[in-house]
Design a protein. Structure first.
Length: 402
C-alpha cells in the first residue's frame, strides 16, 4: 500500500450562520473556491498534478448543490483535468472526503488529491435537503428516530453527566479557543475570506464567546426539553432504553456546537509527487475508518470508530498524543473521554465547535488541520481526529507527523 502524506491544510474562519453573520454574503461556491486557491497559491501548485477534489457538503441543494467540488475547482481556475466529487456523511463529511481522497493515493490510483468540505449554513439552512429518516414512519419507527439533541441528553442521562458537567466543559472550550486565537495558534492554516475587490471580509472565527461563564450558561433554558416532552421524543428514547426513567435535559445553545459558515481543504499526495513538486510532507495518514452505531442515541459512534481505527493502525488509545473530537454537544466529548480513559489535557486542546462553530460539511477536515498544526507546535507525533455522525455513525483518522 502506498503511503499518503498531508502536504498542506487550510480553512476559512467560521462566520456566524445567520443573515447578520460576516460570511452570509459569500456563497458556498466562493468559500470552497477560496480555500482551493489558497492551497494552490501557498504551494505554487501546478494544478494539473491534482487528480481529484473530494469535498463534503451536508445540504447539497440549491447554490450548494450539483457537485460543488468540481464547480469550485473550475471556479478556482484549476486545470480542466482535475475532477471533483461531493460526498455526504452528515457531520463527518469533511473528514470522510479527506479519507476518500487519501484512499485514492494509498491504493495507487491517484498521485495527488485534495479533501475538504464546505457549508454555508446561513444561506442553505441545515435540513434543506430533507430525507426519509425523520419523515417516513417506515424507517423512523423501526430505528426509534429521535433528533440529535435528544440523543445528546440521553447520553448525559445514561452516563451520569450533570448540567454543571456539560456547562463546565463548554466554558473550557471557550477559554481554550480564545487562548489559541490570542497566541496565534491558528495563523498557519486560517486563510481570510475576501470580497470581489480583494478586501478581507473575515479573518477570525466570529462565533467565539470568551465572556462565557458558568453563571451565564446557567441562565439558558434546555433546548430539547419541550421537543422531548411535547413531541414525544423522550418516550421514544425510553422505549429504546427502558432503563431510563426520565431524560435529564442538560444541553442548550451554550454547550452545543454553533451554526456557522466555512470551508476547508487538505492537500494530499504520495512521496513521489511531493518530491517532483518540491513539497515537504507534514504528516502521514496512518489509518482511517467509519462505523455504524446505535441510531436512536446516534452520537456514540466516536468511541467505536476510534477503537476500530486504532486496531487497524496497530495502536492503543494511549499511543495517541492528541485527540480532536467535534464538539457537537458537550456530553459527546465527555462520554468519549470516559469510554477511552482520555485526559482532558489531550483532547480539543485549542477549543472546538462549542466555541468556534460547526460548518457541517467542512468541520472534519478543519479539525484534522487543527490537530496537525498542534502536533507541529507542541512537538508531538500522533493524533486521532473523529466526529459523531447523524443516523448513528462515526468517522476517524489517525495521522503521524513526519
Amino acid at each position: 500500500m502506498t503511503d499518503c502524506y498531508i502536504y498542506d491544510a487550510v480553512r476559512t474562519p467560521r462566520g456566524k450562520g445567520r443573515a447578520s453573520g460576516s460570511l452570509h454574503e459569500v456563497t458556498a461556491l466562493e468559500l470552497a473556491t477560496q480555500v482551493l486557491k489558497a492551497v494552490r497559491d501557498r504551494n505554487e501548485l501546478d494544478t494539473s498534478a491534482v487528480d481529484d477534489v473530494v469535498m463534503g457538503c451536508v445540504s447539497p441543494v440549491g447554490e450548494q448543490g450539483s457537485d460543488i467540488a468540481r464547480i469550485a475547482a473550475l471556479n478556482a481556475d484549476y486545470a480542466q483535468s482535475v475532477s471533483g466529487v461531493q460526498v455526504n456523511r452528515f457531520c463527518a463529511s469533511g473528514l470522510e472526503a479527506t479519507n476518500m481522497a487519501a484512499a485514492q493515493i494509498m491504493s495507487g490510483q491517484s498521485d495527488m488529491t485534495i479533501g475538504g468540505g464546505v457549508e454555508s449554513m446561513s444561506r442553505v439552512p441545515m435540513g434543506s435537503d430533507g430525507g426519509a429518516w425523520a419523515t417516513d414512519p417506515t424507517i423512523a419507527f423501526k430505528s426509534y428516530f429521535t433528533p440529535q439533541g435528544i440523543g445528546a441528553d440521553l447520553i448525559a442521562t445514561l452516563y451520569g453527566f450533570s448540567r454543571d458537567d456539560v456547562d463546565a466543559y463548554a466554558v473550557e472550550s471557550q477559554k481554550r479557543a480564545k487562548h489559541s486565537w490570542d497566541n496565534g495558534y491558528f495563523e498557519k492554516s486560517v486563510v481570510p475570506v475576501k470580497d470581489v475587490l480583494g478586501l478581507t471580509i473575515l479573518d477570525r472565527d466570529e462565533h467565539i464567546r470568551p465572556e462565557t461563564t458558568m453563571q451565564s450558561l446557567a441562565a439558558l433554558e434546555p433546548s430539547f426539553a419541550f421537543m422531548g416532552e411535547a413531541a414525544g421524543f423522550d418516550e421514544v428514547a425510553k422505549q429504546r432504553y427502558p432503563e431510563v426513567e426520565e431524560l435529564n435535559h442538560v444541553h442548550h445553545a451554550g454547550n452545543s456546537s454553533g451554526i456557522v459558515d466555512g470551508a476547508s481543504a487538505i492537500l494530499l499526495g504520495n512521496k513521489e509527487i511531493g518530491e517532483k513538486l518540491g513539497l515537504k510532507p507534514r504528516a502521514r495518514i496512518r489509518a482511517f475508518s467509519s462505523i455504524g452505531s446505535e441510531p436512536s442515541i446516534m452520537l456514540t459512534g466516536p468511541e467505536f470508530v476510534a477503537r476500530k481505527a486504532l486496531k487497524r493502525a496497530g495502536m492503543e488509545a494511549g499511543d495517541i498524543d492528541l485527540y480532536e473530537l467535534n464538539e457537537a454537544f458537550a456530553a459527546v466529548v465527555l462520554r468519549f473521554m470516559q469510554a477511552l480513559d482520555i485526559d482532558h489535557g489531550k483532547i480539543n486542546v485549542n477549543g472546538g465547535a462549542i466555541a468556534m462553530g460547526h460548518p457541517l460539511g467542512a468541520t472534519g477536515a478543519m479539525i484534522l488541520g487543527t490537530v496537525l498544526d498542534e502536533l507541529e507546535r507542541s512537538g508531538k507525533q500522533t493524533a486521532l481526529a473523529t466526529l459523531c455522525v447523524g443516523a448513528g455513525m462515526g468517522t476517524a483518522t489517525i495521522i503521524e507527523r513526519v
